[in-house]
Design a protein around this ligand. Sequence first.
Ligand SMILES: Nc1nc2c(c(=O)[nH]1)N[C@H]1C(S)=C(S)[C@@H](COP(=O)(O)O)O[C@H]1N2
Ligand SMILES: [Mo]
Length: 215
Amino acid sequence: MLGLGAVGVAVGASVQDGVSRALAPVGPIGDILPAAGGFRYYSVTGSVKRRSAETHRVTVGGLVDKPQSFGMADLARFPQTVLDKDFQCVTGWRVPDVRWVGVALPDLLDAVGVSRKARAVRFTSFDGVYTESLTLQQARRRDVLVATQMEGKPVTHDHGGPARLYVAPMYGYKSLKWLSGIELTDKVVPGYWENLGYDVDAWVGRSNGRDDAPT
Ligand SMILES: Nc1nc2c(c(=O)[nH]1)N[C@H]1C(S)=C(S)[C@@H](COP(=O)(O)O)O[C@H]1N2
Ligand SMILES: [Mo]
């Protein structure tokens, strides 16, 4: 799988099939549900235990001045960012014009104070398996959200609620579901799919995928 991006350019369709297979849901067959509005439900684990919005907390730690954990009510007190953007999976499906609401990641990082040694951010999911990463520079973009609402309602469990990451300019695999931990690190720690050969820098249109940049 390593070097897939370059190979994909060379041999086209057959590798894209491989990408589709690799990124297809691998949980028990019962988990492959058609989700609302063109989204497909993805989970690399079987079922994920629900967490209620009343008790769930997102912990921010690692190379920060003041480690803190934020409940959903705490997140709601931050300025809220609204983004209307396409959501695109590297396997080719795209959902146009999805409304996301949440806390811009840079605002959360400012609240805990990023240490001068930090260079990257690592995200963990309460599914216990999935991880993701961004460089600190990417994490400071205002179109990267800790998303709490999607299409006008709280992010549902299947879409990774109570809180998920939404990385607007990158393929869907960067948008980690069931977000529970944000850790500042001194270097990028490749995430789940990145360990299987997908690009760490997953810019839509410039990575393993084949489509134009989202609107
Ligand atoms: N925890 C977790 N987050 C995840 C995934 C996953 O399997 N587990 N799949 C990723 C991929 S490849 C995509 S395209 C999107 C799909 O989001 P959806 O299930 O809300 O459609 O979630 C991303 N985040
Ligand atoms: Mo995906």
